[in-house]
Design a protein around this ligand. Structure first.
Ligand SMILES: CC(C)(COP(=O)(O)OP(=O)(O)OC[C@H]1O[C@@H](n2cnc3c(N)ncnc32)[C@H](O)[C@@H]1OP(=O)(O)O)[C@@H](O)C(=O)NCCC(=O)NCCS
Length: 175
């Protein structure tokens, strides 16, 4: 499985995977409608860094690291303290035929590495309270549930936060 950042050349495959994902949802509220402003910035790296998982040349999974404040300001506003250097993980999806194989963990590994490179200090994720598969994937990487709210469009969401830690060097920086 190859994990790499997506570019404009991948946009058809990316939108196709979104359609497949939306059609496979057990609850339509698990996937928020994509706003035009967000869509126009999908391949703008100063705003969104998208990662794709490929089996051969087929895109089978994707996730986005959303860097623009407008992407996470509402979720942040419900938290009881401020978080330095925030960014949001969103649009996590794996093709139904490839689920349960650890594709999400592979995608998240690359996303966290990029977040470190970009000096992101805190990663946020908002997940529907009944989306237990997405929740356990986020908790596996160290995300903690901080609060729940109904967003201004009427969708319930749990907010998860994880500090992005620099890896500590071992003895003499050897390990
Ligand atoms: C959430 C999602 C990305 C997880 O993808 P994934 O890579 O399969 O995640 P994992 O490998 O961690 O598998 C998670 C669980 O899926 C379940 N699973 C296993 N095989 C499966 C299969 N063939 N089909 C569906 N689910 C399966 C298992 O419960 C597994 O948990 P386990 O590892 O404890 O057995 C995927 O389910 C998805 O695309 N869902 C729809 C979109 C969505 O809800 N996105 C999140 C929005 S916040």
């Amino acid at each position: 499985m190859l994990i790499r950042q997506l570019t404009n050349n991948d946009s058809d495959a990316f939108y196709e995977l979104i359609d497949i994902t939306v059609n496979s949802l057990e609850n339509q509220e698990f996937w928020l409608p994509i706003k035009d402003e967000v869509r126009t910035h999908f391949f703008d790296k100063s705003w969104t860094v998208l990662f794709g998982a490929f089996e051969g040349s087929t895109l089978v999974g994707a996730v986005g690291l959303f860097l623009n404040e407008s992407e996470y300001s509402e979720s942040l506003s419900y938290l009881s303290r401020t978080y330095e250097g925030p960014a949001k993980v969103d649009r996590l999806m794996v093709h139904p035929n490839y689920r349960g194989r650890g594709v999400t963990d592979e995608l998240m590994k690359e996303l966290i590495a990029e977040a470190k490179r970009l000096k992101v200090k805190n990663l946020l994720a908002t997940i529907h309270p009944q989306n237990t598969v997405a929740r356990s994937a986020m908790q596996r990487i160290g995300m903690e549930l901080m609060c729940s709210y109904m967003n201004k469009d009427g969708y319930f969401r749990n907010v998860f936060v994880m500090p992005v830690k620099e890896k500590k060097k071992g003895f003499f920086g050897l390990i």
